[in-house]
Design a protein around this ligand. Structure first.
Ligand SMILES: Cc1ncc(COP(=O)(O)O)c(C=O)c1O
Length: 359
């Protein structure tokens, strides 16, 4: 008898993280993983350091401190918050609890890779739906729904396109789903959008909408792995049953709690990101590299062809700059460039200008 994994597992293409090194190059500029160039707030770092004194103790299992902080800052019910090892883990919980063989999970054409990976890991069938000019297409999603659909994932803003759809469109999607399906609003980049509630009002008003969030982006805590979800009590109670009791470490919980309460730091990072994103997108467009209006902390730079995008990426690497190829997201002619600080933006634009000038 041969030992074989469950059907679907071997169909999973390994997740490609953003590269961080270029052989033989020092002073590498990493713009491949949408990280906050300023890192976490000082308060988060201090809380992390203080946690060193308690490393011999198990962490709390109920995450009450972090859930309360999230509730205070976002004005939501902390009993309906679940915390995970990055929002990746919340995505896993959802697939684990609500999908399986014979069910379908919808994601969009250029949607985040983990939706498909998690669906396959749980034996479900991922269903890819076309976007319209790199924007989520609500009608196409509704047309793809069947009585086997259990989860519909959309990221708003979307990664790697940076585009968003409006609240009315999101509400129309939630309203139109079959009765057995949950709409998952992935708000990994929501904090970058001034005044955006990430879909909170919709979660509050409906029984079929869940929101996921992360500390990896604007809070600058990608290395700690903390995310959260918010939804109807029944769904959160279900997810809590598949969550490991000690999934988050004491240090991670402490840093995330301090980070979410430091709203001043988040406001500064948002403003800075908006300023340099606009500058970088405009400068790249002037060089003949357009992008859609981004609402996140990256720009999806469009080249004339896949060959040109790859050649530019190769050139940037010779200059010690790492951006992200997105052929795996059905965008072979594009490169995703994280918005760094001023010097990072100037450095990448300068390098693209040299690349374009040399052609
Ligand atoms: C759209 C989207 N969702 C979720 C995540 C996962 O974030 P994390 O697991 O670090 O919270 C990412 C990370 O890049 C993302 O881009």
């Amino acid at each position: 008898m041969t030992i074989t994994p469950r059907p679907g597992i071997m169909d999973i293409a390994l997740y490609q993280g953003g590269a961080a090194h270029v052989d033989g190059v020092v002073n590498v500029l990493k713009l491949s993983s949408n990280e906050n160039p300023y890192g976490p707030s000082d308060r988060a770092k201090e809380a992390f350091s203080r946690a060193a004194h308690d490393l011999h103790r198990y962490p709390v299992t109920d995450h009450a401190g972090l859930r309360t902080a999230i509730g205070d800052v976002w004005h939501l019910d902390p009993t309906r918050v679940i915390c995970g090892v990055g929002s990746d883990e919340i995505i896993h919980f959802l697939c684990q609890a609500y999908t399986g063989p014979g069910t379908e999970v919808i994601h969009t054409e250029h949607g985040f890779a983990m939706y498909r990976i998690s669906a396959l890991a749980n034996g479900a069938t991922p269903v890819e739906v076309k976007e319209h000019e790199r924007v989520t297409d609500v009608d196409a999603i509704l047309a793809a729904c069947t009585d086997r659909t259990r989860l519909v994932f959309i990221a708003n803003p979307n990664n790697p396109t940076g585009t968003m759809i409006g609240q009315a469109e999101v509400a129309r999607l939630a309203e139109g789903l079959p009765s057995g399906a949950i709409l998952v609003l992935d708000g990994a980049y929501a904090e970058y959008v001034e005044g955006f509630d990430a879909g909170l009002a919709l979660v509050e008003s409906r029984q079929n909408v869940v929101m996921t969030r992360t500390f990896s982006k604007i809070y600058g805590l990608g290395g700690l792995r903390v995310g959260w979800g918010y939804g109807p009590q029944e769904i959160i109670d279900t997810l809590t049953r598949v969550r490991g009791p000690f999934n988050l470490s004491t240090a991670a919980l402490a840093a995330a709690e301090a980070a979410v309460r430091d709203t001043g730091w988040v406001d500064r990072c948002r403003a800075d990101n908006a300023r340099w994103r606009e500058w970088m997108a405009t400068a790249l467009a002037e060089l003949g590299v357009p992008s859609d209006t981004s609402t996140a902390n990256f720009v999806l730079a469009r080249f004339t062809s896949e060959a040109e995008a790859n050649a530019c990426d190769d050139y940037l690497r010779t200059q010690g700059i790492i951006v992200r190829r997105v052929a795996g997201y059905n965008l072979p002619q594009c490169l995703r460039i994280t918005v760094g600080d001023e010097s990072a933006c100037r450095r990448v634009v300068h390098a693209v200008a040299q690349f374009k000038g040399a052609r």
